[in-house]
Design a protein around this ligand. Sequence first.
Ligand code: DGJ
Length: 728
Amino acid sequence: MSIIYDSNDSVFYLHTPKTSYVMGIYCEKYLLHLYYGKKIDKFPKVSEHLPVAEQLAFSPTDIDKTGACTNLLPMEYPCYGSADFRTPAFHAEYENGSAVTKLEYSGYEIIKGKKPLCGLPATYVEASDEADTLLITLCDKLTGLEIVLSYTAFNTIDAIAKSVTVKNKGKEKINIKSVLSSTTYLFDKDYDFVHLEGAWARERNIQKRPLMNGIMAVGSKRVSSSHNHSPFLALARTYATESQGDVYGFSLVYSGNHIEQTEVNSVDVTRVNIGINPFGFNWLLEPLEEFQAPEVVLTYSDEGFGKMSRIYHKLYRTRLVRGRYRDIERPVLINNWEATYFDFNEEKILNIAKKAKSVGVELMVLDDGWFGKRNSDNCSLGDWVVDRNKLPDGTESLAQKITDMGMKFGLWFEPEMISEDSELYRHHPDWCIHVEGRPRTPSRNQLVLDLSRQEVCDYIVEAVTSVLKSAPISYVKWDYNRNISEIGSASLSCQRQQELPHRYILGLYNVLERLTSAFPEILFEGCSGGGGRFDAGMLYYYPQYWTSDNTDAIERLYIQHGTSMVMPSSTMGAHISAVPNHQVGRTTPLKMRGDVAMAGQLGYELDLNTLTDEEIETVRQQIILYKEIRETVHKGDMYRLKSPFDGMNTAWEYAYKNTVVLMYFTMFARCQMGKVCVKLCGLDENTQYIEKNSRRKYSGNYLMNVGLYFDSSKEFHSEILIFDKVLS
Ligand code: DGJ
């Protein structure tokens, strides 16, 4: 059992293989956070451990005449209204106008396994002995509010999944203004706040800054996890590296508005708050109703960022992603977007497919522009009916012809959107998100459907279903190309308008659940103008995500490196495109473009008919190499050996079973800089490894301590080396 309650000391222990999370009950009422970190055996009684008798001037000491100061206590689930003046996890208004909540411990339950979250994505178990779950109930006696804190400790993975359920067991309505998913504490402030910052086509740059007293936060108010800040935070010792030092990870399994916040108080204790962004949030909870807050997955690594990422990779690849594509190899695809944009017809697509098939590509994806009268991005979203001018015999015929060639066929959709110039908008102008009397500001000429409405969700499911049933379609690219403004719903009451951001996400999850379970054979790939909603919530529905609209090999090194902080390589869509690159104009060699894309789910996004015979042979060899290494890359332990954010070169290693794949890239060359030494990680010291091309043998000890040297004098140089263990 990985969860223990010591009733003598009133202490809860959650153990994973190498970590412990500890809470205690103080004065029989207050649930306090005591510890999270390297595995420990025993904790003293709460009263012996905490500086509870200390006081802060101007902070009322209201804990049962013990002299304890609430503003110092590490409340496990702090609520607004007491003398704790830090940012609370819970804040609500009651019918009498009061916003004071007082939560007291009321009981616990330990269950085997892990239950799904109602309406929300979450990590899961396949057998009840994979994890244990602790449910702790806190109550506010005056209002009948009950809060259940859920903690799952995984038995073989160093992760703790937390979530929160709010139950209104009183007689009056409760207006929830903030309900975060996790509060934890670090008992000093010598950490860096590490987050993933970005923009369209420049997603997930790693940023670090030292914690400061007061509040630091990142998040999103776009009703989307966004290109700009991922729902993720790491707090790392200032000396932490890829392989050393304490790192705490917090990853929110949610795709809407989020916040990751630290608050360091005057005695340098750090409170860490993660959850739905309270800004623009409100939820009216009627008596007997419940509200489920999303899951946040915590990790602790005593071996730097690398180990933190490997924990997330394993958990998310095996126990967040679902469906038949979780474990099987996925097809190498070709997508026509950068090859044709909106300017295609059946003949062009068939030509692209035919050439691709001849070099080993397995799936042809028809991107935007196949429906309505969509010759540019200014119309037809919502009208999911084939454009007979471009495809006179329909998608059925095209899909059949491609299937007959021996390839699979896939289709692009952007189902959450509506163009003002569409039949759907002419029939249902109130189906979009809008505020009566205010302008409906388009972005990329489109508005967003109101997914808080059941009939709108049903329309999307029916429209997409009817296309998917009409033809042999094996893959869907689900795009989402704007963020939401003028937030309002024609169907919600005025008291519930602020519920729309979360209701939108619940509606989206419901639509995705219905479609992915109705079509289990179809591979769904998520997309939001590239990686705009590439979050852990989405991985529950899509096993892979289009990482970025930026397909330049150099830019992709930064983007894929940052993305790998949390996301496994098996989830990153990565395509080889034409040069000069359409986003940044750079010309990189086909080899380098291929080597970078092989670190994800490989695809092509150009017309291969435009390549020379020599280039076509390179493509053929790329696909052969990719098929040889993909299991190692997708399922292996990833080591980020050199970071593009630190210099001119990047190196990634993937180790799985008896094989190791090493990828090396020189981004920019500078003269007389010497060779670059890359030391591998995670090998068996005393085992011999043979490098496939040169047939040279090296010991694990040599590769990890002496390392290999790479030429850094050639711009855009890349190498992929495969090592096999020499088994005696
Ligand atoms: C944005 C996506 O990220 C692109 O790959 C492409 O599908 C376009 N949308 C199509 O409009």
